[in-house]
Design a protein. Structure first.
Length: 265
């Protein structure tokens, strides 16, 4: 479930980041050298029997990174409209359902569906269609992203985050912060996946959106994100991305792991 977030007071954000003991910034990963980051959003649900194969594909892409020149940043976004079938997805979010509906309108779909993959906000497909997925990833990688650097620190009220770089020096765009969790395992008791044990990677635990004002970039890129105690710190990752409000395309992507010791409250 998307949790409550407290937006940081912009006047104090720089001081929080500068003075925090547990601060870190995005560090280059050798495996990403020469690769273009591509955002893969999978809209899924534990109440959907056709979703587990797509969940596995997203996990494979995120862990194996099999495509040359592409680094897949995967987001598993659980929706709520399957909950009436007898199983309430513990990761389902009305906000993520709304996000998928917005994509449905953008792509002029008759209705939204699961599993659905959206690649860089520019292409959509059935989440298990590997051939179309490969083409979409290759196409997305041809458009290099604007550089984006993120920083985070453990504050009194949660995770204090900020962004900098050309990626936020644009107009008509949103900066979105996601905290994702890997290695989630659920034994489904009811619904279409009853008696199955499902494993998830990159589950969006919370999603925070900030409107970018290119004239005031230093004052509108930060947030304080609560990290509930039940989230396992060693499995968390912070993802930030810039999305055009006009075309829905992803313009920048950055990410970093949250060190367990640094992220703990």
């Amino acid at each position: 479930m998307v949790t409550r977030v407290v937006l940081a007071l912009t006047a104090g954000l720089a001081a929080l980041l500068a003075g925090a003991d547990a601060a870190w910034a995005q560090t280059p990963d050798p495996s990403t050298s020469g690769r273009v980051p591509v955002l893969a959003e999978l809209f899924t649900s534990e109440g959907c029997s056709s979703c587990p194969p797509a969940d596995r594909i997203l996990e494979m892409l995120a862990t194996e990174q099999p495509l040359d020149g592409v680094y897949v940043v995967g987001l598993s976004e659980h929706v709520t409209y399957w909950d009436h079938q007898g199983w309430r997805d513990p990761f389902g979010s009305r906000a993520l359902t709304f996000r998928q509906n917005a994509y449905g309108t953008h792509f002029k779909l008759e209705s939204v569906f699961t599993p659905q993959l959206v690649i860089d906000g520019a292409a959509q497909m059935v989440g298990s269609d590997t051939a179309q997925l490969q083409r979409a990833l290759a196409e997305a990688a041809r458009a290099p992203k604007l550089p984006l650097t993120i920083a985070a620190a453990a504050g009194d009220k949660g995770l204090v985050v900020s962004a900098s770089g050309p990626g936020i020096q644009v107009d008509d765009a949103d900066l979105l912060w996601a905290v994702t969790e890997d290695n989630l395992v659920v034994e489904v008791k009811r619904g279409e996946n009853a008696k199955r044990t499902l494993r998830h990677t990159g589950v969006v635990r919370t999603l925070v959106s900030r409107k970018i004002d290119a004239a005031k970039t230093a004052a509108n890129t930060g947030a304080v994100i609560e990290l509930p105690s039940e989230w396992k710190r060693e499995n968390l990752r912070l993802v930030a991305f810039v999305q055009s409000t006009k075309t829905r395309r992803i313009l920048s992507v950055a990410w970093t792991r949250l060190p367990a010791a640094a992220a703990a409250p």
